[in-house]
Write a protein that binds this ligand. Structure first.
Ligand SMILES: [Zn+2]
Length: 374
């Protein structure tokens, strides 16, 4: 297949450099952020956040100083899936539902992770699904269908990402080994082990001390639900930030890009399961809190929290703030919806994320910041 790299810099640099740099240097008196942490709550709409706030009281999300809304439609559908929305967030371009970081006609789209690696930044991806699932795949791979898990795993094995935490080791081991989800004899974990440490248990994660780069795959497919999971998204996030910050400091001080996904908020929406939804939202918000603590300390870190789409048409009819309880709620659907999703930003460069924009603006803004960082 002949592939052509669609280079956002060349197309958008004049316009966006003016916008981004004037906003960062004039409005806030700072340079483009050194580190960028992007949190994606898969399937997280305003109602999901409202529900989490009712049961928790105060969310970490409320500490963000900038907020806005994003339209989420894909190239071929008013209602997006996670592949098309992930592509918009990861590359700044729209594509068709199901497609992973290619344009609808097949042109390869360069991802935030690829731009960051080119700029010698450390990079990481942390998810509670299989690492080959649609959202992380849009940051790590290029393929015509989100269902190509084996191919996505091969591309992930070949990538230079420093930290990967999630599930999906079944896609990385040969078919003759128990738990394999492959239909060939490729041993991708062996390939990864040549250059990076590989861990597969909670204990190995807790024992992890000073590593330069690590691939942690803690389930054959997806991680367990938050309430049954041994490792919270907050623990995974804290370790990823620690490793990436240390790597950046010891190497070249170019900073890092990290994407963290609360993958299962979406699945709770599909299942119309409010209890599952709330536990996933609180797991996600705790991870956001870890990001905020680091951003406050570093002062050179831009945090962005957003979603790919809303799932379930969730709404709240009644409850009690005093009792922190929802007494009546409902889902209008078991599928994704077309409503706009929220975006929150904190730190240097956050002002670009205020107002109503398309979801492609997230990828475009982050790529511009990475390309103009020093
Ligand atoms: Zn979904």
């Amino acid at each position: 297949m002949k592939i052509r790299v669609f280079d956002l810099t060349k197309i958008l640099s004049v316009f966006l450099l003016a916008a981004a740099c004037s906003m960062t240097t004039c409005a806030e008196g700072t340079l483009p952020p050194k580190n960028i942490i992007l949190f994606i709550g898969d399937g997280m709409g305003v109602s999901q956040i409202s529900a989490a706030k009712i049961v928790k009281g105060r969310l970490n999300l409320e500490q963000f100083d900038v907020s806005g809304l994003l339209t989420t439609h894909s190239s071929n559908s008013l209602v997006t899936d996670s592949a098309a929305a992930g592509t918009a967030l990861a590359t700044g371009y729209k594509t068709n539902n199901g497609v992973i970081s290619l344009l609808p006609e097949g042109t390869r789209l360069k991802t935030i992770v690829e731009y960051a690696i080119e700029k010698n930044k450390a990079t990481g991806i942390v998810v509670s699904s299989s690492i080959t699932h649609a959202t992380p795949a849009t940051f790590l791979a290029h393929t015509g269908s989100r269902k190509n898990h084996s191919e996505i795993a091969e591309q992930i094995a070949q990538s230079d990402v420093d930290v990967l935490f999630g599930g999906g080791w079944g896609y990385f081991i040969p078919q003759n080994i128990a738990g394999s989800l492959r239909s060939d004899n490729k041993d991708l974990l062996a390939e990864i082990k040549v250059s990076r440490q590989v861990i597969q248990t909670e204990q190995e994660f807790l024992n992890l001390s000073s590593v330069d780069s690590v691939v942690g795959l803690f389930a054959a497919k997806h991680l367990k639900e938050a309430k049954f999971r041994q490792l919270s998204l907050a623990q995974l996030t804290a370790k990823a930030i620690h490793i990436l910050a240390a790597k950046s400091e010891s190497k070249n001080n170019k900073g890092f890009f990290l994407m963290i996904e609360g993958s299962q908020i979406d699945w709770a929406g599909h299942q119309n399961d409010e209890a599952y939804l709330l536990s996933e939202m609180l797991d996600f918000d705790a991870a956001v809190g870890v990001g905020l603590d680091y951003a406050r300390e570093s002062q050179q870190t831009l945090l962005i929290v957003t979603s790919d789409h809303e799932t379930g048409g969730f709404t709240i009819h009644n409850g009690s703030l005093n009792n922190k309880r929802i007494s009546s709620s409902s889902f209008a659907s078991t599928r994704h919806t077309a409503v706009m999703v929220p975006v929150f930003a904190y730190g240097p460069g956050s002002s670009l994320f205020s107002g109503i924009h398309d979801n492609t603006s997230i990828g475009q803004n982050i790529i511009q910041y990475i390309n103009h960082s020093h």
